[in-house]
Structure formats: C-alpha cells, structure tokens
Ligand binder design. Structure first.
Ligand code: HCB
Length: 259
C-alpha cells in the first residue's frame, strides 16, 4: 500500500472508531435495525482501503445492531468492490490493491456469512444447486455470495470453486441429480466458457432436468439467451428469485409430463 493510502486509511479508521466510541459513550446502541449512512460509507471505504480488520469490525457492528446482513453487504461492502473495480479500470489502483480489497471483503463475509446462513436452517429443501466460476477465472466473491443466499433460502448448494471446466459442472450435476447449475464469470474473456458449460450439460444428456443460470459483472440477459442458458441474475438476491422460478418451471413440466 502506498504511504498516502496508508495515511488516508489510518485517518478513516480513527473516524470509524470515534463514531463507535461516541455511540458507546452515550451508552446506547443505534435503534435496532438502523444503520447510519456514515457506517455504510465506512464499510465501502474499508474495502477500497483493503482493510480487513476495519471491515470485520464494521460487519460485527452491523450484526450487533440488528442490521440485515444483506443490507450491510449490498449497501456497504459490495459498493466498495464496485468502486475499487472502477478505480482499477481507470488505472488509479493496481492488482495488489484489488487483492487487498478482496481480502477485506472476505473478512466482512466471514462475519456475515454465518448470519445469512442461519436464515435457511429451518426451511424445507428448495432444490439442489451446483455452483462454480468458469474455466480460466478465479473471481469467487460474487459466486460465494450467491451460494450463501441460496443456502439461506433453503437450497442445498455444492460449490465447485473457481476455474471449473464444463465437464466438471456436468459430472457434479449428474452425481447430485442437481436441479440447477449456476455459472459465474467476471471476465469478458471467460464469459464464453459459460457456453462450454451449457454444451457439456447438453452432451451429458442432462439438459431436460438441469436448469442453467448465469451471472457475473460482464454477463447480460441477452448473453444468457444467446448461449442457451435458462436465465440471468444480476445479483445474489435476483439469483435466489431466479432459482425459485426455475424450480417452479421444473415442477410445472413434471406435472405436465408425468413419468
Ligand atoms: Co478482477 N477484474 N481481475 N480481481 N476484479 C474485475 C472483474 C474487472 C471488471 C476490473 C476492471 O477492470 N474494472 C476486470 C475485468 C475486465 C473484463 O474482463 N471486462 C478484472 C481483471 C482485468 C482482472 C485480472 C485480469 C487482472 C490482472 O491480472 N491484470 C485478474 C484475472 C484473474 C483471473 O480470473 N484469471 C483479476 C484478479 C482479481 C483478484 C484475484 C485480485 C480479485 C478476485 C479475488 C476473489 O474473488 N477471490 C479481483 C477482484 C476483487 C475484482 C473486482 C474489483 C471485484 C469483483 C467482485 O468481487 N465483485 C472486479 C470489479 C467489478 O466487478 N466491478 C474486478 C463483487 C461481487 C459481489 O460482485 O459481480 O462478482 P460480482 O457478483 C454478483 C453478480 O454478478 C451475481 O451475483 C453476485 C452477488 O451479488 N453473480 C451471479 C455472480 N455470479 C453469478 C452466478 C449466477 O449463476 C448468478 C448470479
């Protein structure tokens, strides 16, 4: 990290700590479920600064204040990831900065992930999903978030990880008799590998029973149609909605064509 960035980071850290101290000095928490914009803004900044301890502290603060973990993620931390990506694209940040941001995001998720998953513990099983990032691509944060939210909404998720070939998606879908395969791609160069996943699933003869959803920053609905996927989701919550719709389609098809 550059000296200038280190200084900025330290000043912001003091600011966040002082908000927290001030709150404690008053002897009261924020009203439950309320989180001031300054805290969302500090969350965003902790990602841009690549500051895992601050990110983790803010995530813990959100949990103890009764903030919905998904709000902390979407209104705070993910905004930071997007800003960082924009700065990288403009040449204002470099690869090590992007790695530090990913580290900070992981620290926040380590706190928020178990909270999100708790939501899904007592629900009936909604469907089986095999998830992964395409061959050649190691971006995983968005995919992990999709997996967490699907789990929180009752889906059983098997995450194949990153840099996954089409054949591996197909084999795992067959083994688990999956209902849905979710494929993530963050690079324009690896997006085309989503098509290889669709082809591998077709080749394995699984297409009638396995629905395919795609996502990732460069992916669009149009691209999903072009490669023959069943749907596109722009974020993790939309992925849950889409997965539910795809399960409904499967149920309707099964009723229409009983075995
Ligand atoms: Co990376 N990177 N990166 N990167 N990276 C991006 C993606 C760029 C857009 C940055 C930029 O230029 N503006 C860019 C891609 C440009 C392009 O192709 N159009 C880029 C580049 C160029 C690269 C390298 C090539 C850099 C280099 O080496 N010179 C390199 C590639 C490595 C490789 O994969 N082979 C690289 C490396 C990295 C890391 C390792 C430093 C790090 C990843 C760490 C990790 O994941 N463990 C990283 C990061 C963090 C990013 C940015 C900053 C953030 C990505 C992220 O986590 N976003 C990203 C900039 C950006 O995206 N704005 C940048 C937050 C999550 C929550 O959003 O979009 O991933 P998401 O997921 C959403 C959504 O898409 C949807 O739901 C998720 C949750 O809401 N979704 C699905 C995702 N998958 C789904 C699947 C479904 O079925 C359904 C919905």
């Amino acid at each position: 990290m550059s000296a200038r960035r280190e200084w900025k980071c330290a000043i912001r850290h003091c600011f966040v700590i002082s908000i927290t101290d001030w709150r404690h000095a008053l002897g009261s928490a924020w009203p439950r479920g309320f989180m001031p914009d300054a805290t969302f803004s500090a969350m965003r900044q902790s990602i841009i600064d690549g500051a895992p301890d601050t990110a983790s502290g803010l995530a813990q603060q959100a949990v103890s204040s009764g903030i919905a973990p998904i709000d902390a993620i979407n209104q705070g931390f993910v905004v930071g990831m997007h800003d960082m990506g924009d700065q990288f694209a403009r040449g204002q940040m470099y690869l090590p900065d992007m790695m530090a941001s990913a580290e900070a995001m992981r620290a926040a998720m380590a706190v928020l992930d178990p909270e999100l998953k708790k939501l899904g513990t007592e629900r009936p099983m909604a469907g089986v999903v095999v998830l992964g990032t395409t061959k050649g691509d190691i971006h995983e944060i968005g995919k992990i978030l999709v997996g967490t939210l699907l789990t929180a909404h009752g889906f059983r998720v098997h995450d194949l990880g990153v840099d996954v070939a089409g054949k591996k998606f197909a084999a795992k879908a067959q083994e688990l008799q999956a209902d849905i395969v979710g494929v993530s791609a963050l690079l324009t160069t690896t997006m085309r590998n989503q098509k290889s996943v669709v082809e591998a699933i077709e080749k394995a003869g699984l297409r009638p029973q396995v629905k395919i959803m795609v996502g990732g920053a460069p992916v669009t609905r149009r691209w999903a149609e072009e490669i023959g996927a069943d749907g596109y989701a722009k974020d993790a919550m939309s992925a849950v909605d889409l997965a539910r719709q795809l399960m409904e389609q499967k149920t309707r098809a099964a009723v229409a064509e009983p075995v």
